[in-house]
Write a protein that binds this ligand. Structure first.
Ligand code: SAH
Length: 225
């Protein structure tokens, strides 16, 4: 096999494996075509260690170093779908950049994406991969996501990739009227994904909570490193 057909071979395999992943997510109930298209397009293998690249299109979480994981594609798709259900958020805050995979899935679907991560080494690596993909509407902050990112608030939506035991007040405060927060809540082993919508009318504001199912996330940890 010459080098051209070898690289074509790899390309075809990866197109097929990506399509299998998309099919699996459809079977698990993901419906939003733009979200499925992003799962098909984003090269997930670039976000994991080369040694794990062959497993990049499996529907599983994988280690990304420093005790953290790249989220399972189903969860990324589910959270992204929940963000866009009956809404078109343009300005979005992400807590927990990690390797940047969720960031890459989300960025082309919004106008501005702000992303906060507490581990600098992870965010630096994510920045490199994301800029190699030419995604230019992402703004990064090394900081503690418990505090959100007040400087750019309010946000049409906030998506949190790590689980606190209680909803951080700062995140609720940084939602625009009608804005929504998608976040896993609970101790390790007993977490639920929820969506909280901030409703504002003449009588005042209320926060409406919807439950989106049981999940497993790493904990949201205070402070930076
Ligand atoms: N979004 C990533 C998932 C990363 S895992 C992906 O697509 O794969 C969760 C990330 O949240 C980890 O990188 C972890 O370091 C980060 N994290 C945990 N607590 C945090 C906090 N208080 N502020 C910001 N990031 C936090």
């Amino acid at each position: 096999m010459n080098s051209l057909s070898a690289s074509n071979g790899i390309g075809m395999t990866s197109a097929r494996t990506r399509e299998r992943l998309v099919q699996k997510l459809r079977e698990q109930g993901i419906r939003n075509p733009a979200v499925l298209e992003q799962i098909r397009n984003v090269p997930r293998h670039l976000f994991v260690d080369e040694a794990l690249a062959t497993r990049a299109y499996e529907n599983t979480a994988l280690p990304i170093g420093l005790g953290q994981t790249i989220s399972q594609p189903f969860i990324v798709a589910r959270m992204t779908e929940a963000l866009f259900e009956d809404a078109e958020p343009r300005k979005v805050l992400e807590i927990g950049t990690g390797c940047g995979y969720q960031t890459a899935v989300l960025a082309p679907l919004v106008k501005f994406l702000y992303s906060v991560e507490r581990i600098k080494a992870l965010q630096d690596r994510a920045k490199q991969v994301l800029s190699s993909l030419n995604l230019r509407n992402i703004y990064f902050r090394h900081g503690d996501g418990f505090r959100g990112w007040a400087g750019h608030a309010p946000y049409d939506a906030i998506i949190c990739a790590a689980a606190p035991t209680e909803v951080p007040m700062a995140l609720l405060k940084q939602l625009s009227p009608g804005g929504r927060l998608i976040i896993p809540i609970g101790p390790e082993g007993r977490q639920e994904l929820i969506r909280i919508t901030r409703r504002v009318d003449a009588r005042g504001e209320e926060f409406v909570t919807q439950r989106l199912g049981l999940v497993a996330f790493v904990p949201l940890v205070q402070g930076v490193r």
